[in-house]
Design a protein. Structure first.
Length: 442
């Protein structure tokens, strides 16, 4: 049974669970909302549902119930690699089942039939101002493909049926996941390699083909596989995932929805953070470690100098996590195991900061989570392999995040989730309830 057929059965089996919860238990309270949550970005309010991933403050991310090491161990590996293919992970995100090698091969073959980006998209992106940000090019290029949306076609056909709508979201979602690496490679070559384009290699899986198309080394194929999987999903509350879910809840098709999600990802408080961390690390290296080996004593003094100037240590802290981000550790382990990279001066500096910064930040006392997040490590790997164009890093993030966003909205339609429409209150109402010690719910 193929991926779509397996997913169809999963959705049919799952629907009664959500229907029963709404019908029989819909009024059961699961949380309370405070004024600081209301004003502070709805932080920690439990009001989104996803079974794709869950972020535990102490344990970190679980994809379909599996930790990152468990996920990497369980999935079929790419030929000659210790890392799984992105295609096997796509199957796993959608179904919760670990695919066999045969099932993985089917998805690899399916992606190859879907990965061809229409020529008009390349022409339109090439016509954009040369100094356009690569994320603008990616978002615009994706939106240009909207005319091919199978979901939009189904909705406009006059035969729309909410029970089968997910099938057309699945078609669009799989097209988007397969095409984004091709479009992204085109943008990289256009902006940073003199428009020297490299054709698709039909023999390669998605991650390996992306590495091939941007002229990268053999080792970078594993970087791409690892990076796209690690950045795929982080619950539904982050800006890119939530934006995609919100826009699609209006039955906007996946092209509209993920283009909006990419625009949220481009923000400095979300996907842009990785390039800001790398920029800070390089400047830190130039100021404190020029020509010298980083030692604990040197880095400790330098970090205190940084904090005493009123500056932060980028890449440390997380909105939810209260321990080292497992995504950081996965990339750190890759660096340690990779000859050359494990001796890179920038990686050695990042490794030493990892040893020192949590203690310094804990003593400083103003950081809830003194441990590194994913951004503290990811830029260093890209920089080592020659991707020194910071502005492109969020595009890499966008390729990976598409996996989670597209899997989530496929299930949103499969389970018929409603239009998202929270209720607002006024500041005067909050002030009244504050004076009264709370809102009278009677």
């Amino acid at each position: 049974m193929g991926l779509k057929e397996t997913l169809s059965q999963k959705i049919m089996d799952f629907r009664p669970r959500t229907q029963k919860l709404v019908k029989e238990f819909g009024k059961i309270k699961i949380d309370e909302v405070t004024i600081d949550q209301c004003i502070g970005g709805a932080r920690d309010i439990r009001s989104l549902v996803t079974d794709i991933s869950y972020l535990d403050p102490q344990e970190g991310i679980r994809f379909r119930g599996k930790t990152i090491p468990e996920t990497f161990d369980a999935l079929p590996k790419a030929a000659g690699s210790n890392y799984p293919t992105v295609e096997s992970f796509w199957y796993f995100l959608l179904t919760g089942d670990v695919p066999t090698q045969a099932q993985t091969d089917e998805v690899v073959a399916e992606f190859k039939t879907r990965q061809v980006v229409p020529e008009y998209v390349f022409k339109a992106v090439r016509a954009m101002p040369a100094d356009s940000h690569p994320m603008v090019m990616l978002s615009a290029g994706l939106l240009l493909m909207q005319k091919d949306s199978k979901f939009a076609g189904f909705y406009n056909s006059g035969k729309f049926n909410k029970n089968t709508a997910w099938e057309y979201v699945y078609e669009d979602a799989t097209d988007i996941v397969a095409r984004l690496p091709i479009l992204s490679a085109f943008i990289y070559n256009l902006k940073y390699r003199g428009d020297k384009q490299i054709a698709i290699d039909p023999s390669l899986d998605m991650g390996a083909n992306f590495a091939h198309m941007i002229g990268q080394s053999e080792t970078y194929k594993d970087v791409a596989r690892m990076y796209f999987i690690l950045h795929s999903d982080h619950e539904s509350g982050n800006v890119s995932a939530h934006t995609t879910h919100l826009v699609h809840s209006a039955l906007s098709d996946p092209y509209y929805a993920y283009s909006a999600g990419l625009n949220g990802l481009a923000g400095p408080l979300h996907g842009l953070a990785n390039q800001e961390v790398l920029d800070w690390t390089i400047k830190f290296q130039e100021e404190y470690c020029a020509g010298v080996e980083p030692t604990k004593e040197l880095i400790t003094k330098a970090l205190w100098d940084t904090l005493n100037k009123g500056q932060v240590i980028p890449g440390y802290g997380h909105a939810v996590l209260r321990k080292t981000d497992p995504r950081y550790m996965a990339q750190r382990e890759f660096c340690i195991a990779t000859p050359g990279l494990n001796e890179d001066p920038l990686f050695k500096l990042v490794a030493m900061i990892f040893e020192v910064a949590p203690g310094v930040l804990t003593e400083h006392g103003k950081t809830k989570n003194p441990w590194p997040n994913v951004d503290a490590q990811s830029g260093v790997i890209q920089y080592y392999y020659g991707l020194k164009e910071y502005a492109f890093y969020t595009v890499l993030f966008g390729i990976g995040r598409a996996l989670g966003c597209m899997a989530n909205i496929t299930w949103d339609r499969g389970l018929g989730y409603a239009l998202e429409r929270p209720k607002s209150v006024t500041t005067a109402m909050l002030e009244k309830w504050a004076a009264e010690g709370g809102r009278n719910l009677a």
